[in-house]
Design a protein around this ligand. Sequence first.
Ligand SMILES: *Cc1c(COP(=O)(O)O)cnc(C)c1O
Length: 426
Amino acid sequence: MQTELSRASLAQLDANDPLIRFRERFQLPEGVIYLDGNSLGALPHGAAERAAQVVTQQWGHGLIRSWNDAGWFELPTRLGDKLAQLLGANPGETVVTDTTSLNLFKALASALRIQQVDGPDRRVLITERDNFPTDIYIAEGLADLLNSVGAETGVSYEVKLIDSETELLAALGDDTALVSLSHVNYRTGAMWDMAAITEAVHQAGGLAIWDLAHAAGAVPVALNAANADYAVGCTYKYLNGGPGSPAFIWVNARHHERFWQPLSGWWSHQAPFAMAESYTPANDVRRFMCGTQPVTSMAMIEVGLDISVEAEMDKVRANSLELTDLFIELVETRCAGYGLELITPRDHARRGSHVSFSHPNGYEIIAALISRGVIGDYREPAVLRFGVTPLYLSRTDIWDAVEILREVLHTGAWQREEFTVRNAVT
Ligand SMILES: *Cc1c(COP(=O)(O)O)cnc(C)c1O
């Protein structure tokens, strides 16, 4: 492929690619190459209409009747079952609800509660130093809560941060309560071997919790095959659910009747409308809900979800690897000598669906790219991050984006004053 790599040869490949037709399912602005679908997915056609239907007909006309008549009450589990197809999960194991941060809190707390029964001396929560901040903060917050409540008993939970797989395996032991990892690292795009790590965690007597924020809809996930314990993730990234759309939580069926979660709101009750005076949890995954759900936002998720299910993850994955390979190759050849350093693994088995480079002027370069319609994003420290979403990106998009990057680097256009101004969201 190297020798005859050209825009024309890539356009030829695009023309014969069956996944290309999915691009028409999205509404993308003219003149934009969108390389940030790993942060906020694009708008699928039909999502605005779905929201309008919920607001105008179901709310406006149906009013309170819509909880029954329009299926609002079933939405979290119905969407969870649809999503399960992308996660290697069975129906009845997944629920769409709350945010990823909140779902992490519930998953970690319920795993600790299981350990309190099964292995009471297990008080260490292991996660990665390089994990997404909320994953670390929530673990710290939960440990702090438990320690402050249990202060008099001398109970002490601890969050241990590891820097590598070697350190992780060395840290596992009799005191391990749980290991919480992101399947795909938000910054580098590095991917853990979920099955192998889960097995090692189980052998040490721990429980394995996976954050699928950068994995769901991006790579094939096989939660049951990996024998994972819990998983959480976003729907607004690769699943194209819309800004701030509710997250999901999955629990292995073997834990369904024994886990407990601390946000025991009425929606997690066995019979919410019995209005019972005390709490009896639902004996299935609905136990992970809390209160009334954001119906409009949740309803929109289905539109993007249907597209991902129809496209099939194995095909999406094949294109994702081809496009990320192409992106790496083009940057390393056409933008050579400008100081960009690949921090994403080259090994397919270890790569998610985004590509990151480090560069001391990463922020300015990304800002200059965005001003030219190539939307990637910047992550501290000094990381340029490019999400590759095969549902709406082609090989020629990758070519064009790299040519614009080359121009920005070659002309030094990124050095303009305006590109140094930091926005609140980068
Ligand atoms: C994006 C992301 C989140 C976001 O959590 P919210 O509660 O939706 O803000 C959490 N974890 C990881 C790994 C992420 O990439």
